[in-house]
Design a protein around this ligand. Structure first.
Ligand code: NDP
Length: 260
């Protein structure tokens, strides 16, 4: 969508400071929405919001750890106060690790579940009632291919993203008839700082070069190339439009199949 398709709508994007979240925030702003970006690191969200404002968009930045119910409640209150309401929520904040089962510590397991799954639950819960009252809302959860498939060494992340997918499906049914939709995007590996971390981990563990590690990652995933963040953002935007009102409970899979 280009132009003011979302003019008058206010979108909150968690994890909007970099990677997919920043790309989604910019895509929503370019479609006319007012955008609030939130993350733990205030510097990055402040920079993204400033860049959006420089391009003529209305944008706010908030610090929020999505695993903390108090911070999530404050985010919902502050963002609602700033723009009068929240119409769109993109639950994008997420993190990943990889480890074989015997090496996964309990804190690691809990952290992965907490950021990806509990964060999605808390943020959705914080905005759902006001969306329902206005009989309009779009909630898009950034899950992963790991939300629908399994792979070795990512059992915690896979469990967390399956939870996100399950939550999306259940809420799509629960919200039927309210005007609020719940959908998920499920990308394979995307070219973001998170994937850079994964590649660095492979390099450390195997002694391979960056290019060799990237090739091994792509081969393991069956992907010809990394997906670009703006491609994921385009799918998120598509699910946020007025025209997407009858789409709920959908999983949009992006697997980088088409080569450049
Ligand atoms: P990045 O690491 O590049 O960005 C993650 C963002 O989430 C950052 O803005 C980070 O900011 C924020 N974040 C992390 N933890 C929290 C937290 N507890 N509370 C609030 N914000 C948090 O990741 P990507 O852009 O790659 O990933 C975005 C989403 O897409 C994630 O949910 C990820 O699982 C998913 N995904 C990514 C894929 C990939 O290959 N990259 C593939 C499939 C799905 P800060 O650290 O300042 O809090």
């Amino acid at each position: 969508m280009s132009g003011p398709g979302l003019k008058g709508y206010h979108a909150v994007v968690t994890g909007g400071g970099r990677g997919i979240g920043a790309a989604a925030a910019i895509a929503l702003a370019e479609a006319g929405a007012q955008v609030s970006v939130a993350a733990r690191n205030e510097t990055q969200v402040v920079e993204i919001a400033a860049a959006m404002r420089e391009n003529g968009h209305e944008a706010f930045a908030f610090r929020c750890d999505v695993t903390d119910p108090h911070q999530v409640r404050d985010l919902a209150l502050s963002a609602t106060e700033a723009m009068g309401r929240i119409d769109i929520l993109v639950n994008n904040a997420g993190t990943a690790t990889s480890n074989p089962l015997p090496k996964i510590t309990l804190p690691e397991w809990q952290h992965i579940l907490s950021v990806n799954a509990t964060g999605t639950f808390l943020c959705s819960q914080a905005v759902f009632n006001q969306m329902k009252e206005r009989r309009w809302g779009r909630i898009v959860n950034v899950a992963s291919i790991a939300g629908v498939e399994g792979d070795k060494y990512i059992s915690a992340y896979t469990a967390a993203k399956h939870a996100v997918v399950g939550f999306t499906r259940a809420m799509a049914v629960e919200a039927r008839g309210t005007g609020v939709t719940f959908n998920a995007v499920c990308p394979g590996y995307v070219d973001t700082p998170l994937t850079d971390e994964t590649i660095s981990r492979i390099m450390r563990q195997t002694g391979r070069s960056w290019q060799e590690s990237l090739s091994a990652l792509l081969e393991q995933a069956g992907q010809p190339r990394l997906i670009r963040a703006h491609e994921v953002a385009a799918s998120i935007l598509d699910l946020c439009t007025e025209e997407a009102g009858s789409r709920s409970g959908e999983l949009v899979l992006l697997d980088g199949t088409e080569t450049p």
